[in-house]
Design a protein around this ligand. Structure first.
Ligand code: NDP
Length: 284
């Protein structure tokens, strides 16, 4: 039997519908969740992501604005703008769109954002809160992946999760979140010897590499849940994931497609974090 497809687009829409109701209630109480996105330069991919974030915010009633700055903006100027946003009580969530121009130190910028407004969940304080299981803003892509697994009641506790990829924004945090959910977690990366040996043991296989078809049926344990995080643009302009979907769907029990998989969930979790920021973290 072919795998059941976890449709991220549909799930994202359901979550947005629920958020719309919640935001409407908050607005009645006088609280308008507000996201400010800072965009520097003319990177077309970044521009398109930021546009998507504004559109999704509007769909749920979250107020949002974009501060667009030229490529030549100095680090000092950017830090000053972030300080102003940190001090502005009407702004609940701050997101600086990455990547930044080379003359600006990314980590310095991330660490300058008030952790209580860090809706991307990249600030070291929030990473620490996540690792210790405290209430925090979970990084959006990993948060989306866990939400997708839970939406299908896929057992996580006691399961062997194998993650390919160890980036700070996807691989590492998704492993941590699933460890918090009592999974047994194995990380693989470009230096892993015999990748297949590990992936064949996975009850849940998460692939976040950024190379098309790096995983095919031979790497997948029959009945596994396969989450494809990769977004790769082919020469013909179409998008594809890291997993050979046509092969994998005949071996796996659940699979996420690309597009309409993890991608739409990422923005949705950003909105969820913005609402959380407006309401305040439990630890505040
Ligand atoms: P990175 O490039 O930061 O990380 C890629 C990881 O894959 C690294 O850990 C690297 O290992 C590992 N890797 C590379 N080649 C191999 C290989 N042949 N075998 C095993 N491991 C390998 O990417 P990101 O984590 O930022 O993103 C991964 C993918 O997910 C990209 O396609 C990106 O576009 C997509 N993405 C999708 C999102 C969504 O919303 N759906 C959000 C964010 C990213 P090493 O560490 O040793 O170099």
């Amino acid at each position: 039997m072919p795998a059941e497809i976890i449709n991220g687009k549909e799930l994202a829409q359901q979550l947005k519908d629920n958020m719309k109701e919640e935001v409407s209630k908050l607005r009645e109480e006088g609280l308008i969740p507000h996201l400010t996105v800072v965009l520097i330069g003319d990177n077309p991919a970044s521009k398109s992501y930021v546009k998507g974030k504004k559109k999704a915010s509007a769909e749920t009633g979250i107020a949002s604005d974009i501060i667009e700055l030229p490529e030549s903006t100095s680090e000092e100027k950017l830090l000053t703008i972030i300080t102003e946003l940190n001090n502005n009580p009407a702004v609940h969530g701050i997101l600086v769109q990455l990547p930044l121009p080379e003359h600006i130190a990314e980590q310095k910028v991330i660490e300058h954002i008030d952790p209580n407004k860090d809706v991307d969940g990249f600030h070291p304080v929030n990473i620490g809160r996540m690792i210790t299981g405290k209430d925090t803003f979970l990084p959006c892509t990993p948060f989306g992946i866990v939400t997708m697994l839970k939406s299908k009641n896929i057992t996580i506790a006691g399961q062997h999760v194998v993650i390919i990829g160890r980036s700070n924004i996807v691989g590492k945090p998704v492993g941590q979140l699933l460890l918090n959910e009592n999974a047994t977690v194995t990380y693989c990366h470009s230096k892993t010897k015999d990748l297949k040996e590990f992936t064949k043991m996975a009850d849940i296989l998460i692939v976040a590499v950024g190379k098309p078809n790096v995983i095919n049926a031979a790497y997948i344990k029959p009945g596994a849940a396969v989450i494809d995080v990769g977004i790769n643009r082919l020469e013909n302009g179409s998008l594809t994931g890291d997993v050979d979907f046509d092969e994998a769907k005949d071996v796996a029990s659940y699979i996420t497609p690309v597009p309409r998989g993890v991608g739409p969930m990422t923005i949705t979790m950003l909105l969820q974090n913005t609402i959380k920021a407006a309401k305040g973290l439990e630890s505040q």
